[in-house]
Design a binder for this molecule. Structure first.
Ligand code: UDX
Length: 437
């Protein structure tokens, strides 16, 4: 099949590469020329394991190409995927301008009937609205069908997720269009669930909101564990053994970040509000997450009374490991608040420093190693559970820091691991270990 994908971001690029890998002819379109030039020399604009290898393989084998021109990109296509961003506006609403813009170009350049597949996360009803826009500009020259096909891949494991997903959701009002998209996905051998367009749109928001709820829930349980002397690791394992609960997404920490959960939870609260529904549960999930992001600072304030003039090292800046994505990462609000409180902040991340330098406060000292970040520090905050951080030799803390005091926001170490060292260790939902002599 000849497929065009608009938007060479996370979703678009990973989808394009994987559809090429299963044998389709794919052209990825992005108006950002710099990105397209990078892709043409097999350089991925995002850090994602396995992605560059697959880009270069599929381009060399002639199934994948890149262009910044809609005219060239739509020239030959039977199916057009839209995978552009839908960021949050100030009021939490999804900003649809990028999708509207793509829609305005489609009818100008298509040469036959097409199916437009919307992958971007959009409020319920948006696919129908885009269909109306397309029909208006198309003047019935060609038939344009619309299919909602939300994406569930996770950053950092996107390639693995797309080949091993739990389900593919196809929302369509037209059976023929639905069957074409089903056919296109068949080689993945992943269960396909077909439904109405509106239900497909809702599945995406409901799934992300549910996962965010699970995280805020376990974080609240973790806060209680600290006060009541229980251990969150054991509590999560015990809960997870109930198949109805499941053992994933029960890691307590400093809350969720990234490009999806914060944006999609706010958007769903908005969507509900538009139909006079007060989504109280989800509002609390968002509030709990905001509070949770500040929990290491609260712990440090209790320990030191004032953080003024302390040197604090942040380890890990991305919103989770294996990505350079800083969007809505806890590191943003934490570093800002530490500077406000008068602390000196050093920071290390194995991959995300370049992105972090663009977004985080200019007064942060970025380092090239964990050792440099913690040198002469009064305490360490662990913000992302990178393997490099989990494997760090804790005996170096005593050697390098003023005092080996650690606030671990991602539970990178077990109580047993830290107990063997000279350390003061505060983590999430567990007893603190104070072993300084
Ligand atoms: C998420 C969804 O998982 C994916 O299906 C959707 O398509 C996009 O949003 P992503 O944002 O890439 O994917 O990352 P994910 O692995 O889900 O983690 C999101 C955030 O939740 C991270 O900040 C992570 O640290 C946090 N998290 C996750 C926890 O705090 N605890 C957990 O148990 C799981």
């Amino acid at each position: 099949m000849n497929i065009s994908i608009v938007g060479a971001g996370y979703v678009g690029l990973v989808t394009g590469v994987s559809l090429a890998e299963i044998g389709h002819n794919v052209v990825c379109i992005d108006t950002n020329k710099e990105k397209i030039e990078m892709l043409k020399i097999f350089k991925s604009p995002i850090y994602e394991p396995e992605l560059e290898e697959l880009i270069s393989k599929n381009v060399k084998e002639g199934r994948l190409s890149f262009t910044h021109s809609y005219e060239e990109g739509f020239n030959n296509s039977n199916v057009i995927f839209i995978a552009v961003g839908t960021p949050s506006k100030e009021n939490g609403k999804a900003d649809l301008s990028a999708i509207e813009n793509v829609a305005s170009h489609i009818s100008n350049f298509i040469k036959s009937n097409v199916i437009v597949v919307i992958k971007s996360t959009v409020p319920v009803g948006t696919n129908e609205y885009i269909k109306e826009l397309l029909d208006k500009t198309n003047n019935s020259r060609f038939t344009i069908d619309i299919v909602s096909n939300p994406e569930f891949l996770r950053e950092g494991s996107a390639i693995n997720d797309i080949f091993n997903g739990d389900r593919i959701i196809i929302g369509a009002e037209n059976n023929k269009a639905s069957r074409v998209v089903e056919e296109l996905y068949k080689p993945f051998n992943i269960p396909i669930f077909t439904t109405s367009i509106r239900s497909a749109e809702m599945i995406k928001y409901a799934s992300n909101a549910f996962l965010a709820t699970k995280i805020s829930f376990i974080n609240e349980i973790s806060n209680l564990c600290e006060k009541l002397g229980a251990n969150i690791d054991d509590v999560a394992i015990g809960m997870g053994k109930d198949k109805r609960i499941g053992n994933s997404f029960l890691n307590a920490g400093i809350g969720y970040g990234g490009s999806c959960f914060p944006k999609d939870t706010s958007a769903l609260v908005q969507i509900a509000g538009n139909v006079d529904h007060n989504f109280m549960l989800l509002k609390s999930v968002i509030e709990v997450n905001k509070k949770q992001q500040m929990s290491l600072i609260e712990k440090a304030k209790k320990r030191f009374t004032s953080l003024k003039d302390l040197k604090i090292a942040l380890l890990g800046l991305s919103f989770k490991p294996n990505t350079d994505d800083i969007r809505d990462a806890a590191s943003i609000v934490i570093s800002e608040e530490l500077l406000n409180l008068g602390a000196t902040v050093t920071a290390y991340d194995p991959v995300a420093t370049k992105q972090a330098k663009k977004i985080l406060n200019k007064n942060i000292y970025f380092t090239d190693s964990i050792e440099d970040a913690i040198k002469k520090a009064n305490c360490v905050f662990i913000l992302t559970e990178w393997e490099e951080i989990k494997k760090f030799d804790l005996s170096k803390l005593t050697e390098l820091m003023i005092e080996p005091i650690v606030f671990d926001g991602r539970n990178c170490f077990t109580i047993n691991q830290v107990s063997a060292h000279i350390i003061e260790y505060h983590s999430m939902g567990k007893e603190s270990v104070i072993n300084l002599n």
